[in-house]
Design a binder for this molecule. Structure first.
Ligand SMILES: Nc1ncnc2c1ncn2[C@@H]1O[C@H](COP(=O)(O)OP(=O)(O)OP(=O)(O)O)[C@@H](O)[C@H]1O
Ligand code: SF4
Ligand SMILES: [Mg+2]
Length: 382
């Protein structure tokens, strides 16, 4: 596609979404076809250990008493390395957004630790917490509701500077916001426009510009493209990849769409009912899954190639996801697992490299929380 300059973008009120999104593609089209270079993984920048979040369930109007708890996150551990993208996938309600909020300190953890460069941020408050928060930012799912409709784009992107004026002193803010608009592929002259004057993809770019404002090291993206059209999704993903390279960002990328997660992630964690079922590199998880839940999820991914489609075995899970207020004993997946045995209801399977693969460097040698972890050829998501 011919390269379009920013001045080609419609300058009048509400732009035509499809036109705008074509314009948006200009700088990322090269990225769509670029050859992916192997990512060199740095030191862990974030270490999450046994993270727990229980929301109390109460009864009574005047005298509330706790009658239980929603175990939204119940012992989650993982590392995030400098410059890498860790994808987190799992069904609705498994605790993905709660993990994101805990990492952002928007929710206080019930138990567990989150080490940012070796410092446990769950214990911080006041100034120390504020300083850390600057380095961990978030991009939200819905670009239609996450931007205040009464604020201009300039005010939205520049709002974090009110809390951290040291990053951009008052006199320098306009220039800095325009720089950020340019970085995310939007015309810096749009600074005085309102969110409704932008398409969904452009709004998500505004959300990303806001996330970048304080020069963070980590960006937590909670379903950042789920609300966008497929063609726009690719552009936003490519933008995020470009920004990651440019600013050496580390991403936690939460999504439902397994293909998108594979595309952007270096490693992937699969969550089920508040816990991580399996975690490994994208190749380990997608091509060599050992946990029955991952295998079932992958077997449901649509496959465009008819031959591959015919060859694959579709695993249909029966039963609903149990309530996180009353999870099954032992392995939480056992009520839907076709391999479940007595041991599965009695012993909680730990997230670890299965004993039988421990001495091997085969792709199956990655962490899986299953007593009977083994490879099963399901499907290879694109
Ligand atoms: N503030 C809260 N109070 C009580 N329960 C909550 C609260 N926030 C989340 N939950 C519950 O915790 C569980 C995990 O929710 P969470 O939003 O983290 O899931 P999710 O994996 O992000 O789902 P989705 O894919 O639908 O966004 C759900 O059962 C949810 O109802
Ligand atoms: S531990 Fe048992 S129930 Fe759980 S996933 Fe493995 S085989 Fe299935
Ligand atoms: Mg969520």
């Amino acid at each position: 596609m011919a390269e379009l300059s920013k001045n080609d973008e419609p300058q009048d009120a509400t732009p035509n979404v499809s036109e705008v999104d074509v314009v948006e593609a200009r700088s990322e089209d090269e990225a769509v076809t670029r050859i992916e270079a192997p990512v060199e993984r740095g030191e862990p920048i974030l270490q999450v250990r046994d993270l727990v979040k229980h929301f109390p369930l109460t009864q009574g109007i005047l005298f509330k008493r706790q009658i239980g708890a929603v175990k939204a996150v119940d012992g989650v551990s993982f590392d995030l390395h400098q410059g890498e993208t860790l994808g987190i996938v799992g069904e609705s309600g498994c605790g993905k957004s709660t993990v994101a909020k805990l990492l952002m300190n928007l929710e206080r953890a019930t138990a567990g630790e989150i080490f940012y460069k070796g410092q446990d941020i769950t214990k911080l408050s006041g100034r120390a917490l504020k300083a850390v928060r600057r380095n961990i930012q978030m991009v939200f799912q819905d670009p239609y509701t996450s931007l205040n409709p009464r604020m201009t784009v300039g005010d939205i992107i520049g709002e974090p500077f009110d809390i951290h004026p040291e990053v951009a002193p008052k006199g320098d803010r306009r220039r800095r916001v325009q720089e950020l608009l340019d970085v995310v592929g939007l015309n810096p002259e749009y600074i005085n426009r309102y969110p409704h004057q932008f398409s969904g993809g452009q709004r998500q770019r505004i959300g990303i510009a806001r996330g970048l404002a304080l020069n963070p090291e980590i960006i937590i993206c909670d379903e950042p493209v789920s609300a966008l059209d497929v063609s726009v999704q690719a552009q936003v993903i490519n933008l995020m990849e470009r920004l990651q390279d440019e600013f050496n960002l580390s991403y936690i990328f939460i999504a439902h769409d397994l293909s998108i997660v594979r595309h952007i992630s270096d490693r992937v964690g699969v969550m089920y009912l508040g816990r991580i079922a399996e975690i490994g590199t994208d190749e380990q998880i997608y091509d060599h899954p050992t946990h029955p839940y991952t295998q079932a999820l992958l077997s449901a991914v649509p496959v465009p190639d008819p031959d591959a489609r015919e060859q694959r075995e579709r695993i249909i899970l029966t039963g609903d996801v149990p309530s996180p207020a009353n999870p099954p004993s032992g392995c939480r997946f056992r009520t839907r697992c076709w391999k479940a045995q007595d041991k599965c209801s009695q012993e909680v399977p730990l997230l670890a490299v299965p004993e039988r693969f421990k001495t091997s460097d085969a792709p199956a040698a990655h962490e899986s929380a299953c007593h009977f972890a083994e490879e099963k050829d399901v499907v290879h998501a694109a």
